[in-house]
Ligand binder design. Structure first.
Ligand code: ATP
Ligand code: MG
Length: 410
């Protein structure tokens, strides 16, 4: 406990913060915000109807008192990567705050906002959702001045109901910006996004210079396995080439989004290119690792059908050999889960990888030509017995699979 701080007695699945409020006070907190009427009288206990709503309300109030311009980022894939890139670019010229790690939900967004001070000129706030209405609610708290949707794909279908539900929910960010007359950033190559844009100031980016495109870019040859790309601004013939430390062609769009935001705020082109070149991803998001035996592309941070497809296609296009893929189950796909796992298996069949290993009960239920282990432990044990050696290996699965635990065996 930081002396003098506020303790918010939030409830989770396992713990009720109210049970720790008195301890928080004795450990140095100035006040505890609580919602359990059974707690004893103490002037340092501030009673509210809902601690969560109090946290959100305080964050909203705090945000309203500041002039900081906020860029809100949502989308199915690449939010954190794009958020980090955008913040790195903006930080070259402005005092910038951004979401820490993946704190992107109804608690994380308020906590991010409460870290803002008068000193911050800009903030980049990641907004996540797995149910309709959640982006609308986060916008009501953060009141973003600019909005960026990275992409839309089939994820969290249990909560969203359908792909249309995903598009509508992500679109709540554009809807909010439209009501305030702010600015949106839009991937001009994405027809689902161009269909819901409009009605407000917009800045386009993409792989081709279309009439509404401000920043266009393409991948260029670079040192494998890293993404290199060239970008160009409308009305300027200069090409800027950037060699990144990101792996995966799908990161091109994340980077172009960062260029578009940076140029819109007037960050000089060279500063933008350098900021993107310097960014190194962490936390198993398309991380590159060389072990004594193999070269690993670890993408064990999350997986859904669209990011799975992007990762497989990207890896299939690599001209390295031999190649192995180890894929784990994708979670939260509801009724469509069996067919979406089957689709991945079919895709793998057409890719011609040297080895394919699957892991998890959902892939096991599909059947097919590839070996499938029910758990990470059983796969680890198999790898200990007959190790893979000399391979380039893509590792990807939902967070809950914890495929990163295979690294030791690889
Ligand atoms: P979360 O929903 O967990 O917050 P996120 O949207 O923040 O995820 P990142 O953490 O940036 O996404 O990236 C996670 C993974 O998504 C990456 O490792 C990569 O496999 C994939 N990914 C990133 N960007 C894209 C993209 N533009 N298109 C498709 N897949 C992507
Ligand atoms: Mg994220």
């Amino acid at each position: 406990m930081t002396p003098g701080s506020l303790f918010f007695a939030l409830k989770g699945d396992t713990f009720d913060g109210n049970a720790f409020a008195l301890q928080a006070l004795s450990d140095g907190c100035a006040y505890a915000i609580v919602d359990d009427p059974a707690l004893p009288d103490d002037p340092r206990l501030l009673r509210v109807d809902s601690v969560l709503e109090a946290l959100q309300g305080l964050a909203r109030l705090h945000r309203e008192t500041l002039r900081t311009l906020i860029v809100g980022i949502t989308g199915t894939n690449g939010k954190t990567t794009t958020k980090e890139l955008v913040a790195a670019v903006l930080a070259r010229r402005f005092r910038t705050l951004c979401t820490e790690g993946n704190f992107n939900n109804h608690i994380g967004v308020p906590l991010t906002l409460l870290r803002l001070t008068k000193a911050h000129e800009l903030a980049v706030v990641e907004m996540g959702a797995n149910h309709p209405g959640e982006i609308r609610d986060l916008c009501a708290i953060a009141r973003p001045d600019c909005g960026l949707i990275t992409n839309v794909g089939r994820a969290h279908l249990e909560g969203f109901g359908s792909f249309e539900g995903v598009v509508r929910t992500k679109g709540e960010l554009y809807d909010f910006i439209r009501t305030t007359g702010g600015r949106i950033f839009i991937d001009e190559d994405n027809e689902h996004l161009t269909a819901i844009a409009g009605g407000t100031d917009s800045v386009g980016y993409g792989c081709a210079m279309r009439p509404a495109t401000f920043i266009a870019g393409q991948t260029v040859d670079g040192p494998p396995p890293f993404l290199a790309f060239a970008w160009q601004e409308r009305g300027d013939d200069r090409q800027h080439t950037v060699t990144t430390r990101l792996v995966g062609g799908y990161n091109l769009k994340n980077a172009l989004a960062a260029v578009a935001v940076g140029r819109t705020f007037g960050v000089p082109a060279d500063d933008i290119s350098r900021a993107i070149a310097d960014y190194t991803p962490t936390n198993n998001r398309s991380q590159w690792m060389e072990t004594s035996r193999n070269r690993l592309l670890i993408d064990a941070y999350n997986a859904n059908p669209s990011s799975m497809r992007a990762a497989i296609d990207n890896f299939a296009a690599w001209t390295v050999a031999p190649k192995a893929v180890i894929l784990g189950d994708m979670y939260e796909l509801g009724e469509e889960s069996p067919s979406l796992h089957a689709e991945v298996v079919r895709r793998l069949e057409s890719c011609g990888f040297d080895r394919v290993i699957l892991c998890g009960p959902r892939f096991a239920a599909v059947g097919g030509p590839f070996t499938c282990y029910p758990t990470v432990d059983s796969l680890s044990a198999a790898l200990a017995e007959s190790p893979l050696s000399g391979y380039h290996i893509l590792i990807k699965g939902s967070h809950g699979m914890h495929l990163e635990r295979l690294i030791a065996a690889l």
